[in-house]
Write a protein that binds this ligand. Structure first.
Ligand SMILES: Nc1nc2c(ncn2[C@@H]2O[C@H](COP(=O)(O)OP(=O)(O)OP(=O)(O)O)[C@@H](O)[C@H]2O)c(=O)[nH]1
Length: 426
């Protein structure tokens, strides 16, 4: 409760208050409010010396855009006899200053005059910070919402509190369906049991962010119940003594599909669709390992088209390609599914015959030679005939390495060439 006094009585006490302080008095004749008294800090609000304002009405002291709402609030305060709080924004030479204004009616027992006491605290800095915060919040939201990756934040109880648009697309849930729900809803059943322990481990760890698929592939669970491979990076921040976790999630189904395609492509010879040299090398290594373990010999055939350069020279390179493809097809149809056929070089083909001894491999090579001799390839109006020469070798000595056995079969093939071509040498 405040008691009325004159300006001098109040000056000492109100100067000590760390806020702008003023007393206004209602002028009953015209309903205006006149400044009776104020402290020095109130001069900041007035924007002028208090002596020039005391005795003047709100409309005379402030521009209309400030005085009008103030007069209205003062009247409300008077009518309701309660304290009212409002924000006053005043522009001083192009710079906005913000004040929190609290007005209270003064109970008047003496002269029937109605007075209003106003306390003002400057909140400009707070406002600037608030605006900066709002701006950075908006920026943060825009980044989160427009991100290509799914972003999900969970609180200390592992309940979802942020679920961006990309996450909606990835998982097929809307944000509204998931806010407040446990994160485990987005995980296949098998991960759920260990999830708590994983999270606790991460909270305790010294790192603030980590990728989750360092040990094993990770999968997400869509709303329709389907699983899909994901890449996940999680990070943590401590807010109010609780650890919030944020996961950045990328759907890698498409990436995995492309990788499989690439892998397949890198095993295949572009022209013939047979295995390429890299894949053949891998398969030979595997067979050598098998031999070392189970002792089962296997064999190789290295077949080369005879006088192939002449075919190219006479009919052109495209024709040569057709002959290569025709021979590839012939091998496919002449050999077992378990045999591995690949292009070792230009017109050189290597056939790996698992569990085949030399005799059997020689029979296969001979059949191939005869079939090649029988084959005629049609190119434009020409019938192209060709023969092959081949070396055949068996792998049955664990001390021989891959390079040595390949060299051996290569030498045998050259013997076949030297001895007149269109023949098999073992
Ligand atoms: N059309 C075509 N030609 C190829 C391809 N790869 C290699 N060649 C050619 O095959 C020819 C091989 O020639 P040579 O190594 O002299 O062997 P060759 O003419 O078959 O003679 P011999 O092997 O001794 O019977 C070269 O002219 C290469 O340019 C290919 O993918 N397509």
């Amino acid at each position: 409760m405040f008691f009325q006094g004159n300006h001098d009585d109040m000056t000492d006490s109100i100067e000590a208050i760390g806020a702008g302080f003023a007393v206004y008095e209602l002028v009953p004749e015209d309903g205006s409010f006149e400044l009776v008294s104020c402290n020095d800090l109130y001069e900041d609000i007035l924007g002028k010396k208090k002596d020039t304002a005391i005795g003047k009405s709100l409309h005379a002291i402030f521009p209309r855009y400030i005085s009008q709402p103030l007069v209205e609030t003062f009247h409300r305060c008077k009518a309701k006899q309660v304290a009212l709080e409002s924000e006053v924004i005043i522009e001083y030479k192009g710079r906005e200053r913000h004040w929190r204004s609290i007005i209270s009616p003064i109970l008047d027992s003496n002269q029937g005059k109605l007075r209003i006491i106003q306390t003002c605290v400057e909140i400009t800095e707070k406002k600037i910070l608030e605006r900066k915060l709002t701006k950075s919040m908006k920026r943060f939201e825009a980044v989160v919402q427009s991100a290509y990756d799914g972003i999900i934040t969970v609180d200390g109880n592992q309940n979802i509190k942020l679920f961006n648009q990309a996450a909606e697309q990835i998982f097929g849930f809307t944000q509204d369906e998931l806010l407040g729900e446990p994160l485990t809803r987005l995980m296949p059943q098998r991960y759920r049991k260990n999830h708590g322990a994983y999270v606790e481990g991460f909270k305790e760890s010294v790192v603030d962010s980590r990728s989750m698929q360092t040990r094993a592939p990770v999968h997400g669970l869509r709303k329709d119940g389907s699983e899909f491979p994901i890449e996940v990076t999680i990070s943590k921040i401590n807010i109010d003594n609780s650890t919030e976790l944020t996961a950045v999630i990328r759907d890698i189904s498409e990436k995995n599909r492309l990788m499989e395609e690439l892998l397949l492509a890198s095993q295949e010879d572009f022209l013939t669709g047979l295995y390429n040299r890299r894949k053949l090398t891998e398969l030979i290594n595997l067979e050598i390992k098998r031999y070392k373990r189970f002792g089962r010999p296997f064999s190789f055939i290295l077949a080369d088209i005879d006088y192939f350069k002449a075919i190219n020279d006479q009919y052109g390179h495209d024709c040569g390609d057709e002959v290569i493809k025709a021979f590839a097809q012939l091998m496919r149809s002449s050999l077992r599914d378990t045999d591995a056929i690949g292009r070792w070089g230009g017109e050189e083909f290597l056939i790996l015959l698992p569990e085949a001894e030399l005799d059997h491999a020689c029979q296969v090579a001979e059949k191939l030679r005869q079939n090649s001799e029988q084959l005629s390839t049609r190119y434009e109006d020409e019938e192209i005939k060709f023969t092959i020469s081949a070396g055949v070798a068996e792998y049955s000595d664990a001390n021989v390495d891959r390079a040595a056995i390949v060299k051996k079969v290569d030498q045998l093939m050259y013997h076949a060439k030297k001895e007149g071509r269109n023949r098999i040498v073992s």
